[in-house]
Structures are given as C-alpha cells and as structure tokens.
Design a protein around this ligand. Sequence first.
Ligand SMILES: Cc1ncc(COP(=O)(O)O)c(C=O)c1O
Length: 451
Amino acid sequence: MASMHKPTQTANSADRLVFSQSLSLRQKAHKLIPGGAHTYAKGDDQFPEQTPGFIVRGKGCHVWDLDGNKFIEYGMGLRAVTLGHAFEPVVEAAYRQMQLGANYTRPAKIEVEFAEAMLEVIDGADMVKFAKNGSDVTTAAVKLARAYTGRDLVVICADQPFFSTDDWFIGTTEMNAGIPSAISEMTLKFRFNDLNSLKQLFERYPDQIACVLLEAEATVPPARNFLQQVKELCEKEGAVLVFDEMITGFRWHIGGAQKFHGVVPHLSTFGKAMGNGFAIAALAGNREIMQLGGLDHEKSRVFLLSTTHGAETHALAASLETLRTYRERNVVEVLWRQGELLRTQIRRSIAENRLEGFFEILGRPCNLVYATRDQHGDPSQAFRTLFLQELIRRGVIAPSFVVSIAHSDADIERTAAAICEAHAVYRKALDEGVEKYLKGRPVKPVNRKYN
Ligand SMILES: Cc1ncc(COP(=O)(O)O)c(C=O)c1O
C-alpha cells in the first residue's frame, strides 16, 4: 500500500536548521535568569539540544526564532493562545485601551464590563474577580474556601499535574525545597474517577476539609456521574468544590468543562485562553462565598486577590475582544475540529509506523497531548526528546498537539507529514536503540527533586 504521507513539504527541511544565535544568547540567559527562562515549561531541559532557543515573533500558528527559522507551533504559549499569535482584533482592542491609560487610582469602567461578559458565560457564577496568573486565582479559591468553612485542609486531585506555583500545591511535589512541611501536610490527595478515595479522606478528617479542587477533566474523561457525585459528597460534608478551568476553560466549551459536563462547582478558576496570551485570570463563584472578599458582610474580611495589576485595562480589553471572537467565530468548535483532523492523521501515522503501544495520543481533540514509550513499553523521556528533535528538524515545535484556530488544514497536513517522518525515525530507534538517533541528553520532568 502506498504511504499515506508524501515526503515532507514542511516549513524547514530536516538538518538545515542553524541555531547559532540562539545558542550564544542561551549562555547569557542562564547567567542572568535562573533556569534561563521565566517559566519552567519553556526551559532548556524541556527541549532537545538542537532546538530554537528564543522566539522573536509569532503570527497565527507560526513562530520565528532568533536565527530566522520558521516553525509551526503547538501548545501556543502554554495553551494561552487559542486565536493565534498577534491576532489583530485582540491586539487592536488592547492597543486602543492602552491609549486611554493602563491603570488608574479608581477602578476602570471596563472592569465591570468584562465581569458582566464573563459571568454571562460561566453558569452558576454570580461574582468574579480578576488577576494576572492562574496560580493566584487557584490560591485565592483555596483561601476563600478556608475562610468560608473555617477549616484548614485542602484536597486536590493526585492525577493532575499542576494547580498553582504557591506553597499549598508545590509543597506536595518533588520540587518542594523552601516549603515548610506544616504547609504541605495540609494538602491531601484523592484519585480521579475514584470516589472512594475521596470518601476515605472525609472519613479520616471529619469537618476538617475546606475544599476539593480538581480539573473536571484532564487527559482522562470523568466516569459517568463522577463529577456530580464529587459535588454531592462535598455538599454533604460541608466542603467547597472548586474546578480549576485553566486548561478546560474556553476550550472544552465557552462555558468551560463545567458546562460541557453539566456540573456547576461552587468556585471555579480561569486563565490562559481568556486573553489570547494577555495576562489575565479569574476566580468565579457563587455570591455567598465570593462576597467574603467584599465590603457587604459582617464576617471576617478575606484578603481576596487585591493586586496592583489585577485589572490592568488592556488585558481586560483583550479578554473582552477574545470573548467576542469566541462567539463570532465559534472558536471552540474550530479547536475541536482542527484537533480531530490532526488526531486522525497522527493515528494513521502510528499505524503506518507500527508504533501502537509506543506512541500514544491522549486527551480531547481541543487539548491533545502525547505519551512516548521505549522498546519495553515503559514511559521514556529519551523517546520524547527524539520525537521533539525530529519534529523540530522538520519545522514543527510540538511539546503537545494543542491547536489554535490559526492551525489551518494546510498547517495540519504539513504537521502530519513531519510527524510521519519523525515516527519513522522513532520506529528505527525502537529497533536499533534510541542513542543511535538522539543528539544530546534527554529532557526531564519539570517537577523533580534534583537537576
Ligand atoms: C491546570 C492549571 N492550573 C493552574 C495553572 C497555573 O496557572 P499560571 O501559570 O497562569 O499561574 C496552570 C498552569 O499551567 C494549569 O495548567
């Protein structure tokens, strides 16, 4: 049978990429910035050695690195960019607002406008408060739940990788240096799709659990009624249910995974795609809990997300325009459709290259990720690095296969050709040894104890 994929017509031809300028800036970056970057997930240890070190420009789903190499990008700013880089209506809305001033002594009118627009799409939320980072709003949800319930313990989902940069979460990871154990010990874990594991915590710590915090869905869908049962259990036990919608929000559905799955939490947190790359995050929830951060109650005041830049006006203008675009262009539908197109091609390539059991594509079409396994079927960072390396050589940067609406059919077709060739190398590496094909050291997980 003829190969499904013609030899590559990718953005760059394999092996001709030069990264000399990136390489020299990288040395300087590591002298000036711990880790050489401001986000661990973008760091050098997350990519192969032959990799674009720095991006200077993005447009749509394409980025250009310091050496002038052009790539099709996936993941798109750690999932913050769903409309494409430098999406003009959003950039223009932000620019128009900037000309009116970024920050005033009294609140800006646009704070109320965007609050109203946001609450129209989030079912069950009566109030919202904005911030700059997802970590800040998940932490705010935890604090609010503690204040509301008068309890200290926090329960998070053990199968989901990230909730916040703050101590209550990072203290539970391998990378917990600098965090007192007294703090880490107040965060407990249950298993996704395992209601009993949650019940056991409530039994073991009666009247002590303030909240249960999880993503309604990550790579594994919730079992039938699981989310509803978690909510019922929380209500029975007097705990607050929080959905972290940083990834699922504005992706599963315009109303988030809570709308998609039909379960409304007491509090939910958003960020990433909300502003198409501009810094914005939100804590939304029901009035009874949220108002503890306000001025109209008799209880102890909760210091809820009061920051200098929380309501920076141009980020709010960018978010308003992003939301308008979501409605006008059926953004969520396009994300699912383009992801599905890509998934079909990836599955075909897996079959063509006999990689079943070694390369897995996971998650919903709007949020595709992949898993790499070695010749024994064990999870392998070396094979992940090899795959990344072979894609980069062919003009594709893909730590995940998370698409934006700027990924056209032609971009997906080009990516599929690159994947098929990268998979062919993967196959050879399985048969002959990964070290024969991998140039340099493998990547490492972000959350690890030692370098
Ligand atoms: C599920 C989830 N929650 C929270 C966060 C934290 O968001 P931020 O990086 O904006 O602080 C992230 C970031 O990756 C995330 O994926």
